[in-house]
Design a binder for this molecule. Structure first.
Ligand code: HEM
Length: 544
């Protein structure tokens, strides 16, 4: 059956039947049975005739852009739920989608349905670039948990418009600009020194180290330092730190959860097994209190300091408080923005570093070569941000890790089309479609990367015949930070932090596998894609 024959809303007749037949006849049990059977049949026919599944019934080629364009291939999934079950099953949606794109010959673009939501996913650099850089894909769909947790007013979910542009401008100038990042090197160094010291203690006490704990603590301190001007190295802050870590963990779980109600809204009325609504409602007042306390302290300090000037060492709260006129933000907006930074900045950098270290343990030759480079550049001195720029092998190791283990394999948070968007391959993405890029599929595609499963940093070392790829959104063969106007604004901060940490870790330790806990590269996709079993290593201290 030609899918173009499906009408705009094939269920209209259900609502008009009472008018034609009258209620009495309608209530006759046989009539009810026939109606139900007819309804099921129409649903099945609609589903069976629509590539991409049930949510695409109103979006066939005949209904968009005047019927021009090619049909977008894709799996039908099941009636009503579409591919919900398939994608929520194992926490590896990026792999499932890559396999489906292969079997439906839909690498360029694949249509599928999650409940009533129509989606497309691209596993092709050219089409991915068109999607990410198009002004018609500059919005994001928002999950129920993100909405409940106030993220609709933060950078990542604010709709493309004046407010979102203002936030991006403020963040780019005051948090992520090269001079702000440089100004915060001292605290980055401090966080890292604390981490190194804790690793030494952990190794002595336990004979092994679970790196993630230390990396997450350093990442939290790093972001708390530059955003809130707060650090947690001393015993005094233990209680507050515990509360913060608890809130961050809960927030990660809520935002990273695969919630069926995001795609079948009526389900939330009676089915919320993860308690998303209840838990979000409980978390918000805690977050507000925590952030507002910090804002209040800043306000009191600003009031007492005469004519305080903003300096490069001021934190992001100071910046937000100093905004005036049209730029002035209300308190809830500030809470949302500040809270978002903690979420985005903490787990991405920690988890990426954990992947780097896992690969270095599995590839001792790469670890040795990297250590050699660090030693040659630093001559035994403290590694600095400036040194890191002179370490091409370190940069290659990070790029190769981003390729093999992109922290956001589906680029974290999707995009939403705001109009029908024609693509260069003749397909048209209808308005209000959720669009994703499967960066994991692209970076594991043998047509794009030779021996994609092999961990080989040399492929990025120009002097060894490798390619110089811009990972910051300029080259869609490897764009782990996304691209276009919604590209990750924290990419430079993230990269500087991870490079400094890795350089310092290999400078101070030799890392080997812990016999009782072999490295397991198994992964699970939550808010970011993380190692399923946290990395455990033996950290042998070097004499530096
Ligand atoms: C390894 C580190 C990181 C990775 C891999 C990463 C990845 C990403 C990706 C893939 C996106 C979506 C981009 C798109 O739609 O094109 C994103 C958005 C975002 N990231 Fe990052 N990120 C990292 C670090 C950070 C840090 C450190 C911060 C802030 C402290 C941050 C803040 C944000 C924000 C605010 C957005 C939303 C931008 C918008 O919608 O306008 N990220 N990130």
């Amino acid at each position: 059956m030609d899918s173009g024959m499906v009408t705009k809303d094939s269920n209209w007749w259900v609502f008009t039947l009472p008018t034609f037949l009258g209620w009495k006849i309608l209530l006759d049990e046989y009539v009810i049975l026939y109606i139900i059977l007819a309804f099921i049949s129409i649903t099945l026919i609609t589903w069976a005739s629509t590539p991409g599944g049930v949510a695409w019934k109103n979006n066939t080629i005949s209904t968009i852009s005047g019927g021009s364009g090619r049909n977008i291939p894709g799996p039908r999934g099941f009636p009503i739920i579409g591919s919900l079950f398939t994608l929520s099953r194992d926490g590896l949606a990026h792999r499932t989608l890559a396999t489906a794109a292969g079997s439906h010959k839909a690498k360029q673009l694949m249509a599928f349905s999650l409940g009533s939501t129509p989606l497309v996913v691209s596993s092709d650099p050219q089409i991915a670039k068109e999607i990410l850089t198009s002004p018609h894909f500059a919005d994001r769909p928002i999950k129920q948990s993100a909405k409940s947790l106030m993220f609709s007013r933060a950078i990542g979910f604010a709709p493309n418009g004046t407010y979102w542009r203002l936030l991006r401008r403020i963040a780019s100038s005051y948090l992520f600009s090269p001079c702000r990042i440089a100004a915060h090197e001292t605290s980055r160094q401090l966080d890292c020194s604390v981490m190194l010291r804790n690793i030494v203690n952990d190794q002595i006490e336990n004979g092994k180290v679970v790196l993630r704990t230390h990396l997450q603590f350093a990442a939290l301190n790093n972001i708390m330092g530059s955003v809130f001007g707060k650090r947690y190295d001393n015993v005094d802050g233990k209680l507050e730190l515990g509360e913060l870590q608890d809130m961050v963990k809960e927030g990660f779980e809520l935002l990273g959860a695969f919630n069926w109600s995001d795609y079948l809204p009526w389900l939330s009325l009676f089915y919320d097994p993860l308690g998303i609504v209840r838990r979000s409602e409980a978390l918000v007042p805690r977050v507000r209190k925590f952030v507002l306390d910090i804002i209040d302290k800043h306000k009191r300090y600003r009031a007492s300091a005469s004519k305080m000037m903003m300096t490069d060492n001021g934190d992001f709260v100071d910046v937000l408080l100093s905004l005036d006129g049209e730029e002035k933000l209300d308190e809830d907006d500030m809470v949302a923005i500040l809270w978002e930074m903690i979420f985005r900045g903490t787990d991405t950098t920690a988890l990426l570093t954990e992947w780097v270290m896992a690969e270095l343990v599995l590839h001792p030759e790469v670890q040795n070569k990297l250590r050699q480079e660090v030693d040659n550049v630093t001559m035994g001195k403290v590694v600095t941000d400036v040194d890191v720029v002179r370490m091409p092998y370190l940069q290659a190791v990070i790029k190769e890790t981003l390729r093999v283990h992109p922290p956001g394999p589906l680029l974290s948070w999707a995009r939403l089309s705001t109009s029908d968007v024609p693509l260069s391959n003749g397909m048209v993405v209808p308005s209000h479609t959720t669009a994703m890029v499967n960066m994991w599929a692209i970076t594991h595609d043998s047509d794009v990367w030779g021996n994609p499963l092999e961990f080989k940093p040399e492929r990025f070392v120009v002097s060894e015949g490798g390619v110089n790829v811009d990972v910051r959104g300029g080259d869609l063969r490897l764009a782990p930070f996304g691209a276009g106007r919604r590209v990750c604004p924290g990419k430079n901060l993230g990269l500087v932090t991870v490079m400094l940490w890795v350089a310092k870790l290999v400078q101070h330790f030799e890392f080997v596998e812990d016999g009782a806990h072999p490295v397991d590269l198994g992964e699970v996709l939550k808010l970011s894609c993380e190692m399923k079993n946290p990395l455990t290593v033996v950290a042998m201290q070097r004499n530096v």
